[in-house]
Design a protein around this ligand. Structure first.
Ligand code: SF4
Ligand code: SF4
Length: 165
C-alpha cells in the first residue's frame, strides 16, 4: 500500500488502486452439519460477501474497502496501519492478478445450499460404509477369539458313575 505522500510513486503500489485494501477475509470453521451450511448461506445472503476454500481452509470474505483508503488509493494512516497491513507485501499480492487456486468459491447463497446437499449426502454414505466396515471387523474379531479358545461351549466330559460296593 502506498504512503500518503507517494502520489507519483513508481513502485508496484504506486500503480495499483489499492486492491488489497478493498476487502478482508476471515478464516471460518469448515462446515460439517446442515446448520453450519445454513450459517454460511446466511453470510452469503448479505451483500458484498464471498466464501471461499483454499488449501482446505474456509474463509469468509467481505468485499468492502478500508475506511483509511483515500480517494487516490493511498493509506490515510500509513504510519499507524495495523500489523496485518505491514506484513502484506507485493511479492504475491492481488496486483499480479494470478488465478487463485481456490477449491471452491461461493457467492450465490443457493450454490452453497446445493453444495451442502451433495456434501452431506456423500458424508452420510461414507459414515454408513465406515459403520459397516467397523461392524464387519468386530464380527471377524469375535469369530477369531472363538476359534482361538475353541468352541464357545465347554465339551461335555463323561464321568463314569462309580457303583457303590
Ligand atoms: S494489491 Fe499489491 S500493489 Fe496493490 S496496493 Fe496492495 S500490495 Fe500494493
Ligand atoms: S489501513 Fe491502510 S494499508 Fe491497511 S487496509 Fe487500510 S488503507 Fe490499506
Amino acid at each position: 500500500m502506498k504512503r500518503p505522500t507517494d502520489s507519483r510513486s513508481t513502485d508496484l503500489c504506486g500503480k495499483c488502486v489499492g486492491l488489497c485494501c478493498r476487502y478482508f477475509a476471515l478464516a471460518i470453521d469448515k462446515p460439517e452439519t446442515r446448520r453450519d451450511f445454513e450459517d454460511i448461506r446466511w453470510y452469503l445472503l448479505h451483500e458484498d460477501s464471498t466464501v471461499f476454500v483454499e488449501d482446505g481452509q474456509w474463509y469468509l470474505q467481505i468485499n468492502r474497502k478500508c475506511r483509511a483508503l483515500l480517494p487516490d488509493n493511498r493509506c490515510a494512516i500509513y504510519e499507524k496501519r495495523p500489523p496485518i497491513c505491514r506484513s502484506y507485501n507485493t511479492e504475491k499480492c492481488d496486483w499480479h492478478g494470478d488465478e487463485y487456486e481456490y477449491e471452491h468459491v461461493f457467492v450465490d447463497p443457493d450454490d452453497v445450499a446445493r453444495y451442502a446437499t451433495e456434501y452431506l449426502s456423500k458424508k452420510r454414505k461414507r459414515q454408513a460404509a465406515r459403520k459397516r466396515r467397523t461392524a464387519a471387523t468386530a464380527k471377524k474379531g469375535r469369530q477369531l477369539r472363538v476359534r482361538r479358545t475353541g468352541s464357545a461351549r465347554r465339551p461335555r466330559i463323561a464321568i463314569p458313575l462309580l457303583k457303590s460296593a
